[in-house]
Unconditional design. Structure first.
Length: 432
């Protein structure tokens, strides 16, 4: 069977998914809403917003879509799957990759996620949740913790709702700002938790609600500056595989985290069919959950997709049908390295509309569009994270050299990138 696919989203994650989907043997017609110049070189773009559920519904019906793949989290948390599946205009056999509103609460509410982990014995940091009328109790709880302090807005805050403060005074100020409306409704509740000291790693599973396929793990780089300095960003690069993810560590992740999560969702009656992102901390060889996401990560996806050798669309269709029993994922032995080219000033104020040149000459590299647009026939910047430049090789050092041998050919006014992506992992454990 060939599947007509609608991919929702417009970033680097979605371009990486589109790149992989476009190589599927079971792909029929391919559409993207809204897509970007890179995605729309592979799929037919549909103008609009992923928040316009009526437009998505019309597109599904008019384009005779068989499977919807949702890239970003907001539509999932806001119930897009429930909306489509309950619409009488939609075919009863429509497949949807992503959870309903109930399962999406794993990402939509940090308090829900922490309670879920507590119910199912999944290792995570100690925590408490507070509302604005409990501010004095929140202050008191902070004083029981050791620095640094982790304060999280409960809801979705565009990746900016987690604040790690080195001092008690700064943590109290962060609490005041969140309760004062810094993140709007996302900060109506605040989760305060103990700080976990370790190294972060991202794991990804594709589940049918009962079984799962384990995708390649990845590590991303969140700080804007070399040496993990400066402000937090949406991600400045990623690598896969991660050298400390030994078979022993992966077994711990499977047994202590992934399998209890899938069983927990099933036992609570959530028909979860799609990706689960496990943001983990490796604390002395033991994994702890920092957060769940209910979709693939960005920029990890740009590295992960390059390492999947089997047909991801076939896997996704099987998961959405509710039966992964016959699926076997094939993962490349190669390493992938991805570096993000950003606009000058990012993650603060930055210019848009700067002409981009140099992409066409990057032989041997894979370039994913993140914040790009076409204006008057020219490719220009339209976001903070503009492009992801990626490469694979049997040695991570060689993959890194490939990326950095070509990345400076990508040019636009103010273009910037980190120069140290993958160095710590190549030198692990000395680079720790």
């Amino acid at each position: 069977m060939k599947y007509n696919v609608l991919l929702l989203g417009s970033g680097g994650r979605e371009h990486a998914l589109a790149w992989k989907i476009s190589r599927s043997f079971v792909l029929g017609k391919f559409y993207a809403l809204p897509g970007n110049p890179g995605i729309n070189s592979l799929a037919e773009g549909v103008d609009g917003s992923v928040g316009d559920f009526d437009l998505i519904l019309r597109t599904v019906v008019e384009k005779d879509i068989d499977i919807v793949v949702c890239g970003p989290e907001d539509p999932l948390v806001n119930g897009l799957k429930d909306f489509l599946m309950s619409s009488p205009e939609v075919r009863k056999d429509l497949l949807f990759v992503g959870p309903g509103r109930d399962g999406a609460a794993l990402e939509g509410s940090k308090d829900f996620a922490k309670e879920f982990m507590a119910r199912h014995g999944i290792p995570t940091a100690a925590y408490r949740t507070f509302t604005s009328d409990m501010k004095d109790e929140a202050y008191a709880f902070l004083r029981t913790l050791r620095p640094p302090y982790v304060v999280k807005a409960d809801g979705l805050a565009a990746g900016k709702g987690v604040i790690i403060s080195p001092t008690l005074k700064e943590a109290e100020e962060s609490l005041d700002h969140i309760f004062g409306g810094q993140f709007g409704a996302a900060g109506a509740k605040v989760v305060i938790e103990e700080y976990l000291d370790g190294v972060e790693v991202s794991f990804f599973a594709l589940t049918d609600g009962h079984r799962y396929l384990l995708l390649p793990e990845a590590k991303d780089y969140k700080r804007v500056g070399d040496g993990d300095t400066g402000l937090n960003t949406g991600g400045m690069g990623s690598v896969s595989p991660v050298p400390f993810c030994t078979p022993e560590f992966v077994d711990k992740v499977r047994n202590r985290i992934i399998e209890p999560t899938v069983r927990g969702l099933e036992s609570e009656g959530m028909d979860y069919r799609g990706f689960i992102f496990f943001g983990l901390m490796n604390c002395g060889g033991d994994p702890y959950v920092i957060e769940y996401n209910v979709r693939m990560g960005d920029p990890e996806t740009e590295s992960v997709m390059l390492r999947i050798d089997s047909d991801l669309l076939a896997h996704m269709a099987a998961a959405a049908r509710g039966d992964l029993s016959q699926e076997r994922i094939q993962v490349s032995d190669k390493s992938a390295v991805t570096c993000i080219v950003v606009s000058g000033g990012y993650p603060g104020k930055y210019a848009k509309g700067c002409e981009i040149t140099g992409i066409d000459g990057l032989d041997g590299l894979t370039v994913f569009h993140a914040g790009t647009a076409v204006r008057d026939g020219r490719l220009v910047t339209s976001g903070g994270r503009v492009l992801a430049v990626a490469a694979t090789a049997y040695d991570m050092g060689a993959a890194r050299e490939e990326v950095y041998s070509g990345i400076d050919r990508v040019s636009f006014e103010g273009a910037a990138h980190r120069s140290d992506i993958a160095v710590d992992m190549i030198n692990w454990p000395a680079g720790r």
